[in-house]
Write a protein of this length. Structure first.
Length: 581
């Protein structure tokens, strides 16, 4: 592709397929005709003799003639054999069936670099993983992540592009299970495909980016995008997966957040401080402490006793508020919302078909099963003003902890054998759980205004298609120069995967930045589409007036520069929305 960018893609691939049909198939047909049926039977018998013995969960050999079968077990086993005689997709044990991992190799011939696969705190160009671990996609609640590693973070987009000066191509695998990806760069490809391509390209030295994709389970649903230009790739990808709705104008301004503003007076004083120091901002955020005992859709009756008045005081100045709403539900027999969902059978089940109970911010918690369409409708309705008491049209939503995060679970998440609506195992749909959460939130905000106001939703967990409903930030970073450095490639990788409205917590979520680091981070942050300062419970306050007078002046000027660029930001987002690039 690289050396023939002027050709139309279809013409090129028609020529390639013609060659395969006239050459490769000629090689295969004689081999097939020469195969003796008796030899096939002999090889099949040898294969069966060489197979290892399968074991059930108790360690008993299934193929042992003395192993007792439950009533009907032999019939079930025979049925499984008829469904999957070669054992390509599943392994059938005495008491259960287990899926096999799926894998494929994709070689980008003529390309030296590949990009994509968010989310990782790593370089924009995907690294060669020959001597390291593969890139992993498995949405997790990662507490202060490491940088320059292929470790899994909060979101997953199994999408990769290869780019050169002459062409861009891409591929994505629509699979929401755990994924692993190896990348290998070679200066010259000597494979059969290279030999095929060399018939059409004068250059006989073709670099190749070889990639290996593997998923624990799920479907084999792979899309190839042939470009050949970068904007063609983005249009093709967004046609398949959707585009980010045009955000409301206020979302482009400065967002002020921390875990947590203590009470209504703290919110009032912070808001007034920005006016006093002549520093613009647009949105103030409330983390989990604003709720009544971590019961979402509620307010602390003492610290936030009059939320409607608080929000209206903010909105009177043209500003907005965002409150966090996580997917876990506090297990409280006296809470109407918990009881209502329990009676409707709306919670995720464990392997024994009991309501799964985990541990998160509220303590004992259960998890809504957003794969049930009735749950999504019910949850969206909870954003109605009659349901979400104290909320107004100027309150927007932040969906956090939706990987889903389970403090007591394996890898701080749900067991893979949990059961969702329709009999789905959690392992099959893990990476898409967050998408159905923020989809429900987006629909709720849209419906509460009867479609008259554009929703604003921020999510930590995401999957391909999440851009249709929510915006993304890069999670729990730290007040370190390395985290400032890595924020750019992380945001750019998200952009490649169709997320145009993203950013990193300015100054780092954990730790306390010194004056130089906070200034430099602001300078970078105003060039990210999502511009938010956010920090952890035990950090020092981050408002500009808590730094030195010189630093406060620098930060004020940087923030004002951001506001001078808002028309430009809005215009390019309109172009993205209308042109899908």
């Amino acid at each position: 592709l690289e050396d023939n960018a002027e050709s139309k893609p279809l013409t090129l691939f028609n020529r390639l397929f013609d060659y395969v049909q006239t050459s490769v198939l000629k090689w295969l047909k004689p081999l097939q005709s020469e195969q003796n049926p008796a030899d096939e039977a002999s090889e099949s018998k040898k294969y069966e003799q060489n197979q290892g013995v399968a074991y059930d969960r108790d360690g008993n050999p299934i193929n042992d003639a003395d192993h007792p079968l439950e009533e009907g077990g032999e019939l079930e086993q025979n049925a499984h054999e008829e469904e999957d005689t070669d054992g390509l997709w599943t392994e059938h044990f005495h008491t259960f069936t287990d899926s096999k991992p799926y894998a494929t190799d994709i070689s980008f011939i003529g390309f030296r670099h590949v990009f994509g696969l968010p989310e990782h705190a790593d370089s924009l160009v995907l690294r060669d993983t020959n001597q390291t671990d593969p890139y992993r996609l498995y949405n997790l609640d990662v507490f202060q992540y490491e940088v320059d590693t292929p470790m899994a973070l909060y979101g997953a987009a199994p999408y990769m592009i290869a780019h050169s000066a002459k062409a861009t191509v891409g591929a994505f695998w629509l699979n929401s299970a755990e994924g692993w990806f190896d990348v290998s760069y070679e200066p010259d490809d000597s494979s059969l495909l290279k030999n095929l391509f060399s018939r059409f390209f004068a250059n006989d030295k073709l670099p190749v980016a070889k990639t290996h994709w593997m998923f624990e389970t799920g479907s084999v649903d792979i899309f190839f995008l042939f470009g050949p230009k970068p904007d063609d790739i983005f249009r093709q990808y967004s046609t398949l997966t959707g585009v980010n709705p045009l955000p409301p104008y206020f979302a482009l301004g400065k967002h002020v957040s921390r875990w947590n503003f203590i009470d209504m007076n703290d919110v009032k004083q912070t808001d007034a401080g920005y006016d006093l120091h002549d520093i613009p901002y647009d949105v103030i955020w409330l983390d989990i402490e604003h709720t009544y005992g971590k019961r979402y859709f509620t307010w602390d009756p003492i610290k936030f006793s009059n939320p409607t008045e608080m929000i209206r005081n903010i909105s009177a100045k043209g500003r907005k508020m965002v409150a966090v709403v996580d997917p876990h539900i506090k297990k409280d027999e006296n809470w109407d919302l918990y009881q209502e969902a329990l009676e409707k059978d709306y919670y995720v089940k464990d392997v024994n078909n009991r309501v799964y109970e985990g541990w998160c911010w509220p303590g004992a918690a259960v998890y809504l099963d957003f794969f049930n369409p009735e749950v999504r409708k019910w949850y969206a309705n909870k954003y109605q003003f009659s349901e979400y008491k104290g909320s107004t049209e100027d309150l927007y939503v932040w969906n956090d902890m939706n990987e889903p995060s389970v403090f007591s679970g394996p890898e701080v998440s749900m067991p893979r054998d949990n059961i969702h609506f329709g009999g789905l195992e959690h392992r099959e749909v893990h990476n898409v759980y967050g998408l159905f959460h923020h989809m429900s939130t987006f629909n709720g905000l849209y419906q509460r205004s009867n479609g008259k106001k554009r929703p604003f939703v921020l999510t930590r967990s995401f999957f391909i298609g999440s851009q249709r409903y929510a915006n993304v930030w890069t999670g729990d970073n730290a007040a370190q120069w390395s985290h400032l450095r890595i924020s750019n490639p992380m945001v750019l990788s998200l952009g490649i995967a169709g997320f145009p409205f993203t950013g990193a917590d300015i100054g780092g979520f954990f730790g306390n930045p010194d004056d130089e680091l906070i200034v430099r981070w602001y300078q970078v942050g105003i060039l990210h589409s999502f511009f938010r300062v956010h920090s952890e419970l035990n950090t020092r306050r981050r408002e500009p007036w808590f730094f030195s007078e010189q630093t406060k002046t620098l930060l004020r000027n940087i923030i004002r520069l951001r506001y001078s660029l808002l028309p430009y930001w809005y215009e390019i987002l309109i172009c993205y929305f209308l042109q899908n690039i």
